[in-house]
Each structure stands twice: as C-alpha cells, then as structure tokens.
Design a protein around this ligand. Structure first.
Ligand SMILES: [Zn+2]
Length: 262
C-alpha cells in the first residue's frame, strides 16, 4: 500500500505520485468507489502507472472512464492496452479524437514525423462514449463539466471540477502553449478563444497535460493571448497565420511603382 498523494481532494496526478517524470500528466479522479483516468501516456509507462494505481488500493475493476483529452500519441498510445486491462472502463473523448483513434491516424497524432525520423506505434482504439461541450461526467458524487477548447487540436477537451480546470495542452506554467502546427489541425483563432474562456472563468487552478499544476494567472493568460494574436499575422506560422501584412504593404508599393532599393 502506497500513501495517496492527493494534489487536491479527490485528485491524484501520477507523475507526482511516482515522484518522477513518467510523461504527460495522468490524472486520477476518484469518489466513493469510482475513479477515472485522464490520459494514460505512452505504452512503456503503462505498467508503472497500473502498479501505482494498485498500490494506492484503487481496484482496477472500479475504473469507470479512460479519457483522451485529445488524440496525440504521447497522451493516448497506451489507451488500447489500458482498455484491455480494464475492459469495464469506457473509453471517452471528443468525436474528432474518435476519428483519429479509430483509424490509428499517424500524422495528426504526431506518431509519424517523417522529416525528423519519428515513427512510433499508434494502436487503434474505439472511443465508446463521445463527449462534447456541455456534457457532465459523474464519478461518485463529483460532477465534471466538459469544455471543448480547440486550438492546439480540434479534439482538445478541458474538464472543470469546481475551482479546478484540467486544462489539457492549452497553457503551461511558463506561459507556453501546446504545439501550433497546421498538420495537427491547430487553429489560432480557436486557440485564442479557448484561452480567453479560461482567462474569463472563475477557475482558480490549472491542471495542465504537461508540467506542474499552477494557479491561474490572468496577466500571464493575457500575455499569452497577445502573443498568439501576433502569431496570427506572422509568416513564421505559415498556413496557421490568418494574414501577413507585409504582402499588403508590398502590393501598395508595387502599385505606386516604388523602386526597390538596389
Ligand atoms: Zn500534449
């Protein structure tokens, strides 16, 4: 038996529980005799996570939900094996994630980045219960509100439980955000909307999918929103940018017949 290191009442985070970095954050939420897992990470850390859960005395048969916050390989690679170990648990996620997971999609999930020699398994798994904005998940007497917060990925979900927001890849403690990548379905206007929603909420704590838990800081969120707003008008972000003002300036200069400097 291992003591449960709750980060908040009813919430355990598996990296924190292990006191070492396993991978993405894996949250266990429990009440009465039910519990769920938010993300599960890579296959090579699954056995360690299952062992920790057993040592904390959570019966595997009482796992109600295995949630995919979105379909990135670092969050869901072990989902298929986890479902085999806990067949009664329902696999839960957004319909966009369901599509990617059903086909074992490799590009949009980062399983395959040919240009960098990255090619790792992406086991197919069925999302048995699709959830979306406004849905509520229940664990014992706890109610967890589902927020659809696209931007990093179309399937990105966040989960609100009282003053806590399981905030996925929306923002991390250092103000960085989840990867912005056209091949991944990232969308800057949606991302900004999701961040504004988090800023304007009365949530007090953010429980991200990577790195430490931190207190919501509206000044930091504002800075991040303004940074992403700049990205929308920068060539650096390729097809994720919505425009590039330099080209308009150039149009005007060309039309005026201004000579380029020699
Ligand atoms: Zn991630």
């Amino acid at each position: 038996m291992q003591p449960r290191r709750e980060v908040f009442p009813n919430v355990i985070e598996m990296n924190q529980q292990a006191r070492r970095r396993l991978g993405c954050c894996v949250y266990l939420v429990h009440d009465a005799n039910e519990w769920l897992l938010m993300d599960i990470g890579y296959e090579d850390t699954l056995d360690d996570i299952i062992k920790l859960i057993r040592e904390m005395d959570f019966p595997l048969a009482n796992c109600k939900y295995l949630i995919a916050t979105h379909a990135d390989v670092d969050h869901v690679q072990a989902l298929k094996r986890a479902k085999e170990i806990m067949p009664q648990a329902q696999v839960v996620g957004h319909r966009h994630a369901a599509k990617l997971l059903a086909t074992g999609e490799r590009i949009m999930t980062y399983a395959e980045i040919a240009a960098q020699g990255i090619s790792i398994p992406m086991p197919r798994v069925e999302i048995e219960k699709t959830i979306d904005e406004g849905d509520v998940l229940e664990i014992g007497g706890l109610k967890i509100d589902v927020w659809h917060t696209p931007g990093h990925a179309p399937a990105q979900l966040s989960f609100r439980m009282g003053k806590l927001l399981f905030s996925g890849d929306n923002i991390y403690r250092d103000g960085c955000v989840g990867n912005i990548d056209a091949h991944h379905g990232s969308d800057l206007p949606s991302f900004i909307k999701s961040l504004k929603r988090i800023r304007d909420s009365n949530v007090e704590w953010l429980l991200p999918s990577h790195g430490p838990i931190f207190r919501k800081d509206n000044a930091q969120l504002q800075q991040t929103i303004e940074r992403l707003d700049q990205y929308q008008h920068m060539a650096d972000f390729g097809t994720c940018a919505i425009d590039w003002p330099l080209l308009d300036e150039w149009d005007d200069e060309l039309a005026r017949g201004e000579p380029s400097p020699a």
